[in-house]
Design a protein around this ligand. Structure first.
Ligand SMILES: Cc1cc2nc3c(=O)[nH]c(=O)nc-3n(C[C@H](O)[C@H](O)[C@H](O)COP(=O)(O)O)c2cc1C
Length: 208
């Protein structure tokens, strides 16, 4: 690991004041999970190919049903590729996402090796998104997933085969200051809270 990456990783393992102001864990957990959040602002700093590959490498090691690895990453990083993505990202998201230096369209193969439906493909590609986002965070980058894009248009523009389901676009880049973000989003540029863990846990019980 490079010194630059080690510094970024140490930072991700600290809870910055802005994170502590909005988030607290109900139970002990590695700070990397709490300090990741989806900022909308991006700086002009480019993302190197090495960094991008490390982010995708983390996704590669996600678990998947029968190790089918259904995830596919359609990457945009040149001006021409970014412009293609902007053509199908919905206007409300473009207000902030237009400044992202990299987009990754997360596609997922719906079929297994025998051409049969893989019922777990979206679950598995979602797991890959989770590891990708955490690795980006550990490298000092921000990610924000975008479900608000025109899937039919993306398929047409990028010539994506029917066998791949288009799940989300991920914007990736180094976080910028508020001056780089449209003021309509300033109030929301902060870590979001979570409901209490107890509200998500359902005690298993047999039907009476
Ligand atoms: C599948 C998916 C789709 C999303 N779509 C959008 C979107 O279209 N626009 C947007 O601004 N944020 C989008 N988000 C970001 C979520 O709103 C955000 O992750 C959530 O509020 C939790 O905040 P955090 O990631 O900062 O912890 C999406 C997230 C996911 C996982």
């Amino acid at each position: 690991m490079s010194e630059k990456h080690a510094v970024a990783e140490n930072k991700a393992l600290e809870l910055a004041e802005e994170v502590r102001a909005h988030r607290s864990a109900d139970h002990p957990v590695s700070p990397q999970f709490i300090s990741r959040w989806s900022a909308r602002s991006y700086s002009d700093q480019p993302v190197s190919d090495d960094t991008l590959h490390t982010v995708l490498e983390a996704a590669r090691w996600a678990p998947s049903s029968s190790n089918l690895q259904p995830w596919r990453f359609i990457v945009a990083k040149t001006d021409e590729q970014l412009e293609l993505f902007r053509s199908f990202i919905l206007p409300g998201n473009r207000i902030w996402a237009d400044k992202a230096p990299v987009f990754i369209l997360l596609a997922s193969s719906k079929l297994n090796d025998k051409g049969e439906p893989n019922g777990a493909h979206a679950f598995d590609t979602g797991a890959a998104w989770g590891t990708l986002a955490l690795q980006a965070h550990l490298l000092g980058l921000s990610t924000r997933a975008i479900g608000g894009f025109d899937r039919a248009k993306a398929r047409e523009v990028l010539d994506v085969p029917d066998e791949l389901e288009l799940l989300a676009v991920v914007a990736l880049g180094y976080r910028g200051g508020l001056e780089s973000l449209d003021e309509r989003f300033h109030d929301r540029e902060k870590p979001s809270p979570r409901r209490n863990l107890s509200e998500s846990i359902i005690e298993a019980k047999a039907r009476a």
